[in-house]
Design a protein around this ligand. Structure first.
Ligand SMILES: Nc1ncnc2c1ncn2[C@@H]1O[C@H](COP(=O)(O)OP(=O)(O)OP(=O)(O)O)[C@@H](O)[C@H]1O
Length: 224
């Protein structure tokens, strides 16, 4: 289980926002963070990833403390078992697809996982291509594969599909669902897309102004 207790003063365009979020996420759950722009969705993802430090609170994963203000514990990003994909394609342009994945592999690990991942995302034939030759969907598929080569337990997805057309988006949603179950992931997805949230989520966390305004199954949340 992931236990989150996050407090952070954020500085928005209309003044400060006091982010206060307490929730538990079960293993193998796919949770979506949904809510208006500026509600704090990306900030939560960044705090779980260790890219933003909460002002107070704790992050506990399987009983292991990743962050604890009181204990002055703050695990480095590379020591947290996470994979991340963001909206913008974050591949290294000067490296091939294969090299991009290899870069994410911990030193000494077998490269066979790279072949496995390329196979899983159906990109084996593009392994020696540079990212600029790939379509948006292919780039995000490489980013997804790269996020998974370390075999993380948590997959953090911050609007990874929002730049894609509908057909590609639908296909990658299916891919994410396959990865989620095949690799026993706990997945936290930020999405603005109502249909995507409905299709993907075990649970939706509705955020407004840094607070949880609702939590539950998509059909119940969107009934409100
Ligand atoms: N490092 C930071 N320190 C303080 N405030 C920040 C920091 N990063 C972002 N903010 C502010 O926190 C607020 C919430 O931003 P955040 O990106 O988490 O919202 P969001 O719900 O993901 O929005 P969007 O849907 O537009 O991506 C914004 O007003 C932003 O300006």
């Amino acid at each position: 289980m992931i236990k989150l207790e996050l407090y952070k003063k954020l500085f928005g365009a209309d003044g400060p926002i006091h982010l206060q979020v307490q929730t538990n996420i079960q293993f193998n759950e796919l949770v979506t963070l949904y809510g208006p722009s500026g509600a704090g969705k990306t900030s939560i993802i960044r705090m779980i990833a260790g890219l933003m430090k909460p002002d107070d609170g704790s992050i506990t994963v399987s009983g292991e403390s990743w962050f604890d203000k009181k204990l002055e514990k703050n695990l480095k990003t590379q020591d947290r078992s996470i994979g991340m994909v963001f909206q913008e394609y974050s591949l290294f342009p000067n490296m091939t697809v294969y090299e991009n994945l290899k870069f994410a592999l911990p030193k000494g690990d077998s490269e066979s996982i790279i072949e496995e991942m390329l196979d899983t995302v159906g990109l084996k034939n593009l392994r020696d291509k540079k990212p600029n030759l790939l379509s948006g969907g292919q780039k995000q598929r490489v980013a997804l594969a790269r996020a998974l080569v370390r075999k993380p337990s948590i997959l953090l997805l911050d609007e990874p599909l929002s730049a894609l057309d509908t057909a590609m988006r639908t296909k990658l949603q299916d891919d994410i669902l396959v990865f989620h179950s095949q690799y026993n992931l706990t997945t936290i997805l930020v999405s603005h897309d109502y249909h995507e949230v409905k299709k993907m989520s075990d649970r939706v966390i509705l955020l407004e102004n840094g607070r949880i305004a609702g939590e539950g199954k998509a059909e119940d949340i969107f009934k409100q």
